[in-house]
Design a protein around this ligand. Structure first.
Ligand code: 13P
Length: 256
């Protein structure tokens, strides 16, 4: 069985000193190897990318990511950072299409597709985020909506390219301070729908949105869920370390 992906995006939080302290704590705790059966990853703000890369070191078992990247390698795109630049700074994952970027920065199915292709071209892991609004959920359209977002961004990829993609399902109604944690029952159907098309074909199918220390184990138990993508709970290092421990236990139980 493949590893459980357990990662955090720090969104627009942390000074350089805070970023370094978190990364040093994680590096020292793991002492060179990831928990058995777990793939940790951390996605800081752009400003902290190199600082965290330096703290973790090149041989780190923790994958470092960026929260967005442009599809062109270089050029007149003021305010943007390319996948090539992110890779140069030490990133190995590119987060693409988080709902906050779709809502506030015009990210679309078309641009997410371009960014997935750019990440693959440079050998980085595209972490494609998908998720429906409360209104779509109320109409009963969750699974169709997320399948369309996913298909639109991934169409045209070869099987080999698809096998390097990680998908994170993050329902908008479950994210952040204004979100409410999804129940396991609510997530069974969307993951069944995603699993039917993508299980075994992509590198991971993650859940994100108000993951906390009380619901993490249950969320990992949902069929086709192969990891967690976490905001607030993991911004404190102690919270992230506890999530790694929960995942390690889960991985051990899976393999018997
Ligand atoms: P929270 O875990 O804070 O709800 O954020 C989830 C998320 O958006 C991760 O990308």
């Amino acid at each position: 069985m493949s590893d459980l992906w357990i990662g955090t995006s720090w969104k627009m939080t942390k000074t350089l000193a805070e970023a370094r302290a978190w990364a040093e704590g994680l590096r020292d705790h793991l002492a060179g190897s990831a928990p058995a059966g777990v793939q940790p990853f951390v996605i800081p703000s752009f400003t902290a990318t190199t600082a965290v890369a330096e703290v973790l070191g090149e041989e780190s078992p923790i994958l470092l990511g960026v929260q967005n990247a442009h599809w062109e390698d270089a050029g007149a795109w003021t305010g943007e950072v390319s996948v090539a630049q992110a890779k140069d700074a030490g990133a190995r994952i590119v987060e693409i299409g988080h709902s906050e970027r779709r809502e506030h920065f015009g990210e679309s199915v078309e641009t997410t597709g371009l960014k997935v292709a750019a990440a693959l071209r440079h050998g980085l892991v595209p972490l494609l985020c998908i998720g429906e609004s409360a209104a779509v959920k109320e109409e009963g359209g969750s699974s169709a909506f997320i399948l369309e977002q996913t298909r639109g961004a991934l169409e045209g990829l070869t099987g080999e390219e698809l096998s390097r993609v990680v998908i994170a399902y993050e329902p908008i109604w479950a994210i952040g301070e204004t979100g409410r944690p999804a129940t396991v029952e609510e997530l069974v159907e969307p993951f069944a729908a995603l699993g039917e098309v993508y299980a075994g074909r992509v590198a991971g199918l993650l859940y994100g949105g108000s993951v906390n220390l009380d619901n993490a184990a249950d969320l990992l138990g949902i069929e086709h869920v192969s990891g967690l993508f976490v905001g607030r709970t993991a911004w404190r290092l102690e919270g992230y370390l506890e999530l790694l421990r929960i995942a390690e236990d889960h991985a051990a139980a899976r393999t018997g």
